[in-house]
Write a protein of this length. Structure first.
Lengths: 157, 170
């Protein structure tokens, strides 16, 4: 895996689009791995006959995991999440084809020397944003600074 | 102006549903979720790389809420607590037929290590007056879910922005 550093990234840069197909197995596997046993994420009869949905749909931790994978693929393993703010606009159903996309909105170095990016990410279904996410993300900075080695006052997410 | 019931007022700022997680942070759950989303980050697949890059074997950061969820059944609890139980309590206290989470924010502090066991609590931060929206008339409330590890380090905080309401026209 490549590793991006703070100096490699420019404000306005696109993270690149990633297309994925979501199967019923994906929805159920993600819910079970995140210990979410709500029938909304595994019981087709319940969601279609009682809950008013057209199919089972991704739970929130699964969507967060998709976005974390997307970020990690882009930056390399040295990147570290500090903060994620989600707005869910529409459900993502089994059978949907999704596109994860994002861009760099801002970058700054805090008082402790930690190098931060402000990112805007989103998940699209059929050209519409289903989930929008604002992220504060740390990348390795100068002198081999690693976000993962930071703690206490040196980690201000 | 609609005043808050005393019972709701007394909940604001107080820690509720303090709970020791009944599961340890598990490599098998981590692998299962990484496999589902095809996350190839070597930190989650290779112990040596995890040690080199992070200094320990960890769970993906965004899995935080996974480690605070109760089991479906327990031999010692008569009724399972729902995740974010305070949200359902407020829905009940106000008598709203519907309550949703509109948005939420997660802030991540100490990394969650494989084998950690987290302690959670829920704090009601605010409740609004009744307001009319396109969904119906209701109240907004903000709940924090705090996660600490067994070393008493703050692992993270989820903040949920919720809305309980009666559908317009009902």
């Amino acid at each position: 895996m490549r590793q991006l550093n703070y100096e490699d990234v420019a404000v306005g840069e696109s993270l690149g689009a990633l297309q994925l197909d979501i199967s019923s197995t994906d929805v159920i596997a993600g819910a079970m791995a995140s210990r979410d046993y709500s029938p909304l994420h595994h019981d087709y009869h319940y969601v279609t006959e009682e809950a008013g949905h057209r199919d089972i749909f991704l739970n929130t931790p699964h969507q967060a995991a998709l976005l974390e994978k997307y970020l990690s693929d882009w930056s390399g393993p040295g990147g570290r999440l500090g903060r994620m703010r989600f707005t869910m606009k529409a459900s993502i159903y089994a059978g949907d084809s999704i596109i994860l996309d994002g861009e760099v909105v801002d970058k700054s170095v805090d008082a402790s020397g930690c190098s931060w990016l402000k990112l805007k990410l989103w998940i699209e279904v059929k050209g519409e944003t289903a989930t929008a996410c604002e992220v504060r993300y740390a990348l390795p900075g100068k002198a081999q600074d690693s976000p993962w080695k930071r703690k206490g006052e040196a980690w201000q997410p | 102006m609609s005043e808050l019931p005393e019972k709701v007022q007394s909940l604001i700022g107080k820690s509720s549903y303090a709970c020791d997680a009944d599961c340890e942070v598990s490599q098998s759950n981590v692998r299962a979720l990484c496999a589902t989303v095809q996350n190839a980050n070597p930190v989650y697949w290779d112990a040596e790389q995890a040690e080199s890059i992070v200094g320990a074997r960890i769970a993906p950061t965004a899995m935080l809420s996974t480690w605070g969820r109760p089991e479906r059944w327990s031999p010692t609890e008569s009724a399972a607590t729902k995740p974010l139980q305070l949200h359902y309590d407020l829905k009940e206290l106000f008598g709203f037929p519907v309550a949703i989470v509109g948005s939420f924010e997660s802030v991540f502090h100490a990394p969650v290590l494989i084998g950690d066991s987290l302690h959670t609590c829920q704090v009601l931060r605010s409740v609004s007056e009744e307001k009319d929206t396109r969904l119906g008339r209701g109240r907004f409330w903000v709940i924090e879910m705090q996660y600490h590890n067994q070393r008493d380090e703050l692992a993270g905080v989820d903040t949920f922005n919720c809305f309980g309401y009666r559908k317009a026209g009902s």
